[in-house]
Design a protein around this ligand. Sequence first.
Ligand code: FES
Ligand SMILES: [Fe+2]
Length: 396
Amino acid sequence: MLTKEQNERLTRVGPGTPGGELLRRYWLPISVAEDLTDDKPTKFVRVLGENLVLFKDKSGRVGLLDDRCSHRGASLCYGRVEERGISCAYHGWLYDVKGNCLETPPEPAESKFPATVKHKAYPVQKFIGMYWTYMGPQPAPLIPQYDAWARKDGRRKIFIQPQLDCNWFQAMENSVDPAHLQILHQETALDAARGRKPVSTTRGFTDDVTRFEFEEVPIGIIKRRFYTNGIKDEHPLIFPNILRQFNGTQIRVPIDDTHTMIFIVRFMPTEDGSIIEDESDPPVVHVKPYKEPVEEIHPRTRFRLNEVQAQDHMAWETQGPIADRTRERLATSDAGVVMLRDLMFREMDRVAKGLDPKGVVREQAGNEIIDTHLMESIREMNFWREGRELPESLRV
Ligand code: FES
Ligand SMILES: [Fe+2]
């Protein structure tokens, strides 16, 4: 259980909040590359409580600016893009991707006024078919090259999840909550993986698991499930906002305190380890909504529960727009949740002291491919799927 103040500290994402400052130390994906086209070169994005416009100018540079024009506040989403940047539709103030104001057409030709205007701008990088931004102090760190993103011996696919209408940290707590798999997902995940019939009982497949274990590692927290049949199943939570699933990563990006966008980057290795030379952007799938009506929140909407991710969204959203952690009863299976909260508090303190929080990468050395044991996890899951005995090498 937390105090009201601790809960605020853990969940707020806006500028100047401890959690918001922590999240501003990492590169965050904000859009897929195909969202910007010649016909639609601007896109409104709200990230960490800030209203922004992502755009591609006619020279091919991509920028992320405050959506509110520095002049009198019209939306730059309706701006005209040209070679040098984006020009506000209202009075034509022209901004480049760095936020420099290059022109203010209604001012006298000899005016030096544009040079006095500095518009808020964040750097953008394209990586694995997505645009990423960094909203913290310069110098910016590097995008960590986690194996699911950086390995070349396989293909990637991006799944854009329906918007999650609650605070991002509820999804992160779920990522260190191994117990829910055997209960919440008993009718979908486990039968598919192990060829067993859904049970639909209170205990679900809980008795398959002998114990859980959590360990802090350099990239985050590893959670482990030990099964009665000798299998050990482990994936890291990559601090602060990523779940590494058995075949990829799920990246949670706060839109604001009570809304979250989620990108799943799936990685499918080649059977023989061969390298895929294709450098084109991964295909993108927009996952259909998990609830109806889509724009409502619990209890005015109803979730479908026929998919694992839909079940998770139900569990996260129905905890409330921001879960009230002053009213909860944590038990022994919540040890990972407690560990993650402690880690957040500790790392927010580091940021407040001007230090880099956990997982920030600044040196290219060691950032070629960061091993999260993805390949072992995929192999293990394939054995489950095929119902084969696990070889000695994969046993605990
Ligand atoms: S409001 Fe943008 S140029 Fe006037
Ligand atoms: Fe889940």
